[in-house]
Design a protein around this ligand. Sequence first.
Ligand code: IPD
Ligand code: CA
Ligand code: CA
Length: 311
Amino acid sequence: MVESRSIVHHISNLSIDSRRALDGLRVVEYRHLIVENEIEQVALRAARAAGRIHLKRLSRITVNRKSNSIDLVTEADRESEAAIIEVIHRAFPTHAILAEESGASAHQSDHRWIIDPLDGTTNFAHGFPQFCVSIAYERRGRVELGVVFDALKKECFIAQRGHGARLNGKPIRVSTMPSLGASLLSTGFPYDRRERRRFYLCFWEELMMHVQGVRRTGAAALDLAYVAAGRTDGFWEFGLKAWDVAAGALIIQEARGRVSNLDGSDLDLNGANLVASNSRIHDELIEVLAGARPEAERREAEMIRETKASA
Ligand code: IPD
Ligand code: CA
Ligand code: CA
């Protein structure tokens, strides 16, 4: 838009033909803005609908188990997912959906919404106040918009590609922390954490020696949003899913932070072993994680041997 405004500024010097072409350009840009705005409005409407359900359900929670005894699902997960999908489908009936509880829609589309209806289900099930809804909109495989909404704290983190990141309407930026040594990080553990505890804990143990503190808050989408807002300086976790990270990763990038795979390569949403940071400490963080890996693998192999021997 800035560019097009400066073009418009020089309109008086243009010939009639170029003015017509410019009018066309402005109409296209204007339409593009309306569509972008509609996407944002729909994402916010869907996030608010989910948030209302979180708050309503918080006082009477029904918990069920998913993949194992620590992987939980509540009525609030299912109800809020249905409400989000309804809002999106009412506005965009042909868009595809990838949602945690109901999976991927059968049809293909250039437009896809990636939804975690309730991130932090274990916290929610225990009444621990750290959970949110995470909604991302993707066009032709690239995330264009992300919303992470914590209804309890009334905090809405949002980013649209190229337009920066905001918290409740105010621009946010990652921290300016220059080095890992003084950093506050957060992390999380996937649902195979009992079987792989020695592997995951090895990275925490190593980082404990390199940073000021590590938090395990229990909601990855909020962990990412907090990096974007400069509340923490970095985050890592193994085995995250696209719905955990799609929105938060864009929010960090738009807040001038960095998000990558564990080895520093471009983030793969589908196999998310993720490192996020304010960008300044990114390489150091990756280096420490890489340094811990051989010992993590050794301890995991040892644990597998012990389990087999005692079986
Ligand atoms: C989980 C949370 C948690 C993270 C797990 C996620 P859920 O999502 O984000 O912080 O450590 O890996 O699966 O199950 O609460 O949506
Ligand atoms: Ca999640
Ligand atoms: Ca979830």
